[in-house]
Structure formats: structure tokens, C-alpha cells
Design a protein around this ligand. Structure first.
Ligand SMILES: [Zn+2]
Ligand SMILES: [Zn+2]
Length: 425
């Protein structure tokens, strides 16, 4: 295989912390038949990159950073050819020249469980996307063709543009936001409100034990109070996803809802306000408030007569956010946590969890499975996901990777929102 150049420019992090260098690196080559080499057109800088940047990621050797990228396939391994059957469709469909989105982890889509190959890009085991080229293992399962998103549009809108900067959001933050919301609304603790069927009739009932038919939940009990803790880019994506789903539920099932979106940082709250102003529909009668921590506690207390929320979406990844989530939740409530937690141990005792019957869902988004849902939302909301640097857009700016060192510092200090790298600028 021949390339125009032998080296590429890439963003590298060096231990122990805060050391970003932009260096010449070898261009990655195909190693396995299932590999693809992708020429990166845009790469994202993400809040979770900061865990490594600050030295909290437990990483001890230099790595090429970044787990969010979109680009174009320039080379495919031997597994890819027309007519391949019995494998994910990518092995038959992907071609050199295709525009693709890489979700943040490898996903083989052949192992029938949470993927055992789910290696994270930009980690010690797999070089990342803040570079000009990336090797993608298990690419026929992992990569998502941009064409397959535009094909979701009705024919009348098929010519509508999809901004490349918005596609980048599908690599991580939008699927993660959708995941935080959908795992909450699908949870057995929340299903009674969504379905209008009281516990324990909202799930499996042993066939021999059904003693009487359930009385449907009265309308006044079909009300959900939700808090979103953390309004960084993922928190805003989670809030937009949640409001989209709740509006849908309100239309189809008359569910009432109230949402409070909480962050201690003024700039993040005002971004959330601008996004909400862009998405809210005047006919929608749910309640939505953006609040500081103290205001959020106050609002929930007033709304629920001090009972607390049914659901907290925790989108921060530290113990003060988990503590706040516990304080806000009502007994028998659910905390849906997608923040990246590393250390220390979670801040709860068994007694606290027992006393409130708290349910937790923790962990990383199954990104490849969630991506198609996020793609639909992306199409629907190009007004907020499509822009760069506008009042209601999630992406602040696009810079060249030579500026990475300064941008990491700026991002670390909270002086900018989501930044994308164009490695060819
Ligand atoms: Zn990310
Ligand atoms: Zn797998």
C-alpha cells in the first residue's frame, strides 16, 4: 500500500499530566483483515479527554489523543468485498472514499453482548482520532456511513444539508445524551409513569401469580419530575434528547413532566437557556427550568412538596454530582449516570441506598447501538446541532491541530465549549 506521505501530524499526550505535543507520527497501516484506515476530516475535543489530560486516567505512556472523529475511508482490509454475508453490513457496503463516523469505541456487532472488542480510541490500546489518519479495527461493525443518515430523511428533504461539524457529535456526545435519557425512560422504576400501569404490573408477571387486574394509574399520578445534573455538551445533548422524548410521550400518552437542568457554571446555564429557546415549542405544556445547584434544590422541593425527583440524569462524573443526585432523588427513584467516574469510591453507604430504594444505571453508552437514534435527532435538530459558534450551537469553534496545546489549556480551564480540530487546516 502506498501513501502520499509517510508521516502525519497527531496530537499526543505525555504523562504525567498537562503535556500536549503535536508531533510527526507514522501513518497507520492495515494490520488485520477487518481494519480500515480513515483520513480524519474533523476530530472532537471532549470532556472525557480531560481525565487523561489531567493525569486522572491511569495512563502511564504517551498516547495519540481523541475518541471522536469523522472522515473518509482511504483503505480497507481483505474482509471487505461485495456480497459478504453473515457479517455486519459494513463488510459488504463500505468502500474507499465513503464518508464515515467512528463511534468512540470499536464495536464488532458480532459478539452478541456488550462488545468484548470495545476498545476506546485515544487510549493506551488504540491510537486516537486527533490526527490526520486513524486505524479502525473491526471497521465493518464499527464505522457508520454518513449516507445511511441522509437516507433517513423523507424524499422531500433529501437535499437538505447536514453540517460536517454536526456529524462529529454522533461520535460520542449525542448518542451518550440519548442513552442517558432512554435508559431512564425505559427503566422499570419509570415504566409505570410512561405506561400508566402501577408497579409491579409494568413488567414480567409470573403467570400463576396474577391475582387481579391492575387499576391504571390515575392521570394525576402520571407525572415525572426529572433533574439533569451537569450542562456541559453531553448534559445539553441529554437534556435535548430527554425533552424530545418527553414531548413525544406527552403527545402520545398524556404524561406530565417537569425538568430542571442544573449546573453551577453561569456560562453553561446560559448556553442551555439559548438551546431551549431554540427547541421549545409554544404548544408544549411541560415545565422546564435551568438552575444553579441551590435554585435546583429549591425548585424540586416546591414542585414535589419536598418528595424529590423520579429521575436524575448525572452527566458530570464526580462525587459531588453523585451526592447531589442522591439528595435530589425521591424514594424508589432512579439515577441514570453517564458521567465518566474513575476514583474515588462512590459516596454512598449501603444504608443510604437501602433507605431510599435507589436504583442506579451506571456506565458507558453502547454507542454503536444508540447512534442511529441519535442520527434521527441530529437531523431533526440541525438548528442547534448544525451551527458553529452561534448562541444556541453546541460547537464553539473549529481549529487546526497545531493549536491543540493552547486549546486543551483553554478547555481545561472552562474558557471554551466544545472545540473541533480540522487536522488539515
Ligand atoms: Zn467524547
Ligand atoms: Zn463485539
Amino acid at each position: 500500500m502506498s501513501f502520499i506521505a509517510e508521516t502525519q501530524r497527531a496530537v499526543k499526550w505525555y504523562p504525567p499530566a498537562y503535556d500536549i505535543r503535536i508531533e510527526d507520527q507514522p501513518i497507520p497501516q492495515l494490520q488485520e483483515p477487518d481494519d480500515a484506515i480513515v483520513k480524519v476530516t474533523l476530530a472532537g475535543l471532549c470532556g472525557s479527554d480531560l481525565h487523561i489530560y489531567r493525569g486522572h486516567g491511569g495512563v502511564e505512556s504517551p498516547i495519540i489523543c481523541g475518541h471522536e472523529f469523522v472522515g473518509e475511508i482511504i483503505s480497507l482490509g481483505k474482509s471487505f468485498h461485495y456480497g459478504v454475508t453473515g457479517r455486519p453490513e459494513g463488510y459488504a457496503e463500505l468502500k474507499v472514499g465513503d464518508k464515515v463516523i467512528a463511534p468512540f469505541t470499536v464495536s464488532c456487532r458480532e459478539c452478541h453482548s456488550r462488545c468484548v472488542h470495545s476498545t476506546l480510541f485515544g487510549s493506551p490500546s488504540l491510537p486516537g482520532g486527533q490526527a490526520q489518519y486513524v486505524r479502525v479495527p473491526k471497521a465493518g461493525g464499527t464505522l457508520f456511513k454518513v449516507d445511511s443518515i441522509t437516507s433517513l430523511l423523507p424524499p422531500s428533504e433529501s437535499g437538505r444539508g447536514l453540517e460536517d461539524s454536526s456529524l462529529l457529535l454522533l461520535a460520542d456526545i449525542l448518542p451518550t445524551g440519548v442513552f442517558a435519557a432512554i435508559q431512564a425512560l425505559q427503566h422499570p422504576r419509570i415504566a409505570p409513569f410512561v405506561q400508566g400501569t402501577p408497579f409491579p404490573y409494568n413488567g414480567y408477571i409470573p403467570s400463576g401469580l396474577l391475582a387481579e387486574n391492575p387499576v391504571p394509574l390515575p392521570q394525576e399520578d402520571r407525572s415525572l419530575t426529572v433533574a439533569v445534573v451537569g450542562l456541559g455538551p453531553v448534559g445539553i445533548c441529554a437534556t435535548v434528547s430527554l425533552l424530545d422524548m418527553l414531548t413525544d410521550l406527552r403527545r402520545t400518552s398524556a404524561l406530565q413532566y417537569r425538568v430542571v437542568a442544573i449546573d453551577p457554571t453561569e456560562a453553561r446555564r446560559s448556553k442551555m437557556q439559548s438551546v431551549f429557546a431554540a427547541i421549545s415549542e409554544p404548544t408544549d405544556a411541560g415545565s422546564f427550568v435551568v438552575a444553579s445547584i441551590e435554585e435546583g434544590k429549591e425548585v424540586i422541593s416546591q414542585w414535589t412538596d419536598s418528595l424529590g425527583c423520579n429521575v436524575v440524569l448525572e452527566v458530570v462524573g464526580n462525587n459531588s454530582a453523585l451526592t447531589l443526585a442522591y439528595d435530589l432523588i425521591r424514594p424508589f427513584g432512579l439515577i441514570s449516570s453517564v458521567g465518566v467516574h474513575s476514583s474515588p469510591p462512590v459516596p454512598y453507604t449501603g444504608k443510604q441506598l437501602y433507605d431510599k430504594n435507589v436504583s442506579f444505571d451506571f456506565g458507558r453508552c453502547p454507542v454503536r447501538a444508540t447512534l442511529p437514534f441519535a442520527a434521527k435527532l441530529l437531523l431533526k435538530r440541525q438548528d442547534i446541532f448544525g451551527g458553529v459558534g452561534e448562541e444556541a450551537s453546541l460547537v464553539d469553534k473549529i481549529v487546526g491541530i497545531e493549536e491543540a496545546k493552547e486549546v486543551y489549556e483553554e478547555f481545561d480551564k472552562g474558557r471554551c465549549g466544545k472545540v473541533l480540530f480540522n487536522p488539515w487546516k
